[in-house]
Design a protein around this ligand. Structure first.
Ligand SMILES: N[C@@H](CCC(=O)N[C@@H](CSCO)C(=O)NCC(=O)O)C(=O)O
Ligand SMILES: [Zn+2]
Ligand SMILES: [Zn+2]
Length: 190
């Protein structure tokens, strides 16, 4: 059976609005990289892009954002390396098991100050549930047959998630506002 993602395939479990964070662990059997998150995530979403970490067999990643000052590596930091330092999101992965612990934006970017994280790497319950599906058509670039894409979109709709081929409209509006302000077409203060 085709797996979108283990946290979506059988329906979505709602998060807890009072949840205040927890720890992420890589998938090494011992000496796990540990990252402590000091709050819940925001804008959690399924992402079909080729760069976000996906669990084995899944077509999509599930990834959310969290302010960078809420993220700290609390064990085995020496096992981390940056997958692609030229990417906008510098994904810090475990050198041994390959899991991405956090993705950080270091260059000028509308989402600078936010880290990208995968809450499925935590044992805690209460993380924000996925809110939408992004970069759906990107799975075709990675070899998914285009005739199956309507079925993927229907699956998302059946669990209550809207689908987009970029990010959600509010996030695209944030990016566009940033771009408009940078070029001077929009005032710096709105
Ligand atoms: N079709 C491309 C899209 C890659 C892409 O633009 N990904 C987005 C979303 S990642 C999390 O939502 C992005 O912002 N990437 C910046 C980066 O990865 O550094 C593909 O599939 O590769
Ligand atoms: Zn590991
Ligand atoms: Zn992505």
């Amino acid at each position: 059976m085709l797996s979108i993602h283990p946290s979506i395939d059988n329906g979505i479990t709602k998060g807890d609005s009072n949840f205040s964070g927890g720890k992420l662990y890589c998938r090494c059997p011992s000496n796990k990289v540990e990252v402590t998150l000091g709050s819940n995530v925001l804008h959690n979403h399924a992402c079909g892009c080729s760069k976000c970490w996906k669990p084995e067999g899944a077509l999509f990643s599930v990834v959310g954002v969290i302010p960078v000052d809420k993220v700290s590596v609390t064990a085995n930091a020496d096992k981390l390396h940056i997958i692609d330092s030229s990417a906008a999101i510098q994904r810090n992965a475990c050198k041994e098991c390959g899991v991405h612990l956090f993705g950080r934006i270091v260059n000028d970017h509308p989402f600078k100050g936010l880290d990208f994280v995968h809450t499925e790497l935590s044992d805690s319950k209460g993380w924000q549930e996925p809110q939408f599906a992004a970069f759906v058509s990107s799975i075709i670039e990675q070899g998914f047959r285009p005739e199956g894409i309507d079925g993927v979109r229907e699956k998302f709709k059946s669990v209550g998630l809207e689908t987009y081929d970029v990010l959600s409209p509010p996030l695209m509006d944030l990016i566009a506002t940033y771009t408009g302000q940078k070029s001077g077409k929009l005032p710096a203060k709105l």
